[in-house]
Write a protein of this length. Structure first.
Length: 156
């Protein structure tokens, strides 16, 4: 059995060992032995993972912003604000680690908002939420602004 077939089998049998072997081969510049098909698939998967994480965190952030802005439930404000802070922190980290995700942030915003809106409308059926985000769409605002405070809630 040739080495490339063995490494491809290793991918299915023991992923961690496959990763370690692939990293060793890359460090040694042993390119002939690489399992290129699976390596390409894994690298593409990394970008999908980061995009999915950004979209999911943005959805959670928007859902909690909607709750905090439009639901009058002071006993829940602190919990919602903690979730807002955590999602903002995680999104900032993602964008700092991968600045190329910034255009994706803009691209996925409407989908994330609709998902967040679906969630909060289901949870708070008596509350009327706006069909579209009524505030600034800039990531810097979404990641820092306290929309629920009197001086921050002016609609655009």
């Amino acid at each position: 059995m040739d080495a490339s077939l063995k490494i491809q089998e290793l991918y299915d049998l023991d992923f961690v060992e496959w990763c370690e072997t692939t990293a060793s081969q890359l460090k040694a510049r042993n390119f002939e032995q690489l399992d290129l098909d699976n390596l390409i698939e894994e690298i593409e998967g990394l970008t999908k993972h980061d995009r999915r994480e950004l979209r999911n965190r943005l959805t959670v952030l928007l859902a909690h912003l909607l709750k905090r802005i439009y639901i009058d439930s002071p006993e829940k404000f602190h919990g919602w604000e903690l979730t807002i802070r955590e999602q903002r922190r995680q999104i900032q980290d993602l964008l700092q680690d991968s600045p190329s995700l910034k255009p994706y942030f803009d691209e996925v915003f409407n989908t994330a908002y609709q998902n967040a809106l679906d969630d909060v409308c289901f949870e708070y059926q008596q509350t009327e939420f706006p069909d579209t985000w009524k505030f600034d769409l800039e990531p810097s605002s979404l990641l820092f602004k306290s929309y629920w405070q009197a001086n921050s809630t002016s609609l655009e």
